[in-house]
Design a protein around this ligand. Structure first.
Ligand code: ADP
Ligand code: MG
Length: 454
């Protein structure tokens, strides 16, 4: 089939609005890769929460040791806050991350939890201004989610905490007892300032992720389209040649039939004498129907109307040529084991190159990603038949697949056209040769070509 047809139809297809399908697929891919990203960041936050908890306890224990009152000792309230409040703040996000990783609800909970951690750390350090950096750091890390919606609850939690504590325990948030009443607004202003940039960043990096998905979808689509149009082109070609070749015999049959019908109708039920002309037309019908049947079976074999022009052709170089044409697949070695001194058969070089290319390619594909070994071996020749084997240690095939493989358009591969073996078989048959296959699931497959001296 010609590449021109494929390209033209491909171009048309896209212009005719197959792009909603691509967009749908792109959204699917986006959802998948966004989910992966969100789960990865969920996981990171889980550890961050736990580390913060441990750090808070250590800090509280170190800076606020046991307070002594007479002979009894009491644990300082900061240590209790670190242990108890820390556990409360950490537990819900961790449970959500473990139970519902990657969901937006989990992200909301994580965002609120992380900002509460800022509040608790600021409280534990007595409102040190340096600890306020934790807020900005946390917002930036939350932006890794590329989800601007979660910045809203995060900001609300920060502002709410500042406002409420600023009213009742100003020392624990600003480090001084009498801050100006608008102090919380100043803090909120800085948070909004950084939020603005983080929102921009979220939107942009989300867009980048989507356009990456779109590109992937387009690549997928164009690969699928090539295979689909190759199939369509093959079916179209088959249909066209069947149609063309059947037109002449069918015209002859119709002609003969209309003559016979006229004769029969004209007899008006009287006994009808069969004359030579009628006999002649009846044999035309017989002959042409036979011819039609032959055409159909030939074309269904996917034998192209390309005549075989056989000439002496050494096999080893031909196999070597075919091996270079088959695209390399990782981990698969292809070996040319055809003896140098093998007697030279008569065959159509171009057609037989295609035979080897198809068989070697199938063998390499059967080895798959796991890798494997493909070998071409040959023996016989001269007065005896040639025996050429293409062996692989690939996946093999079950009997129900083996029974179908020579049918045109049969393929078990998602990107297969199913024409390879139909073409191979047609070519070998036209050389008067034989093609046999032996296969065992999990062990490999051997195709054996038999060629007979002319
Ligand atoms: P395609 O390669 O496009 O699938 P083919 O006509 O070349 O079409 O082969 C048809 C089917 O026969 C393949 O899809 C595959 O299932 C099977 N097949 C062919 N060669 C081998 C092999 N060496 N090992 C296992 N299965 C094979
Ligand atoms: Mg093939």
């Amino acid at each position: 089939m010609s590449m021109k047809i494929i390209n033209a139809e491909h171009g048309d297809g896209r212009a005719q609005g197959l792009s909603p399908a691509i967009e749908r697929r792109a959204r699917e891919l986006f959802t998948v890769s966004y989910g992966e990203l969100a789960r990865r960041i969920d996981h990171m936050f889980m550890w961050l929460m736990i580390v913060q908890w441990v750090a808070a306890i250590v800090f509280a224990a170190f800076f606020s040791p046991l307070a002594w009152a007479g002979k009894s000792s009491a644990v300082h309230s900061h240590v209790i806050a670190a242990v108890v409040l820390g556990a409360l703040i950490t537990s819900l996000p961790v449970v959500m991350i473990l139970r519902h990783p990657g969901t937006q609800m989990t992200r909301y909970v994580v965002a609120c939890g992380q900002m509460l951690w800022s509040a608790l750390l600021i409280h534990l350090t007595g409102g040190r201004i340096e600890t306020h950096f934790h807020i900005f750091g946390s917002l930036a890390i939350l932006a890794f989610y590329r989800d601007l919606k979660i910045l809203i609850p995060a900001t609300v939690v920060v502002a709410g905490d500042h406002f409420v504590r600023g009213m009742f325990w100003p020392e624990s948030v600003y480090g001084v007892l009498n801050p100006e009443w608008w102090r919380f607004l100043e803090h909120a202003g800085w948070v909004v300032f950084i939020d603005a940039f983080l929102v921009l960043n979220c939107v942009q990096s989300r867009r980048e992720l989507y356009s990456l998905s779109l590109r992937h979808a387009e690549v997928e689509y164009s690969k699928d389209a090539v295979v689909r149009y190759e199939r369509l082109a093959a079916v179209g070609q088959l249909a066209a040649s069947v149609g063309h070749e059947l037109r002449n015999p069918l015209a002859a049959v119709r002609n003969a039939h209309s003559y016979l019908r006229k004769r029969i109708e004209r007899s008006k039920g009287d006994s009808l004498e069969v004359n030579d002309r009628m006999r002649q037309f009846m044999s035309v019908i017989d002959r042409e129907l036979d011819a039609s049947a032959k055409i159909i079976s030939n074309l269904l074999d996917f034998s192209r109307p390309r005549t075989v022009t056989a000439a002496p052709c050494p096999l080893r170089p031909l196999v070597a040529e075919a091996i270079t044409i088959v695209p390399d697949s990782a981990g698969v070695t292809v070996e040319n084991g055809v003896p140098e001194d093998l007697p030279i058969p008569d065959l159509d070089k171009d057609l037989f190159r295609q035979v080897f290319v198809n068989l070697i390619q199938n063998a390499a594909e059967a080895c798959g990603a796991a890798g494997g070994r493909v070998e071409v071996a040959a023996s016989g020749g001269g007065d005896a038949p040639w025996r050429i084997e293409i062996r692989d240690d690939g996946a093999g095939m079950p009997e129900e697949v083996r029974a179908e493989i020579f049918k045109p358009l049969f393929s078990t591969k998602t990107k297969g056209t199913g024409l390879g073996l139909a073409v191979v078989q047609g070519i070998i048959e036209r050389h008067g040769g034989t093609l046999e296959v032996q296969s065992e699931v999990g062990r490999g497959t051997t195709f054996t070509i038999g060629l007979f001296p002319t």
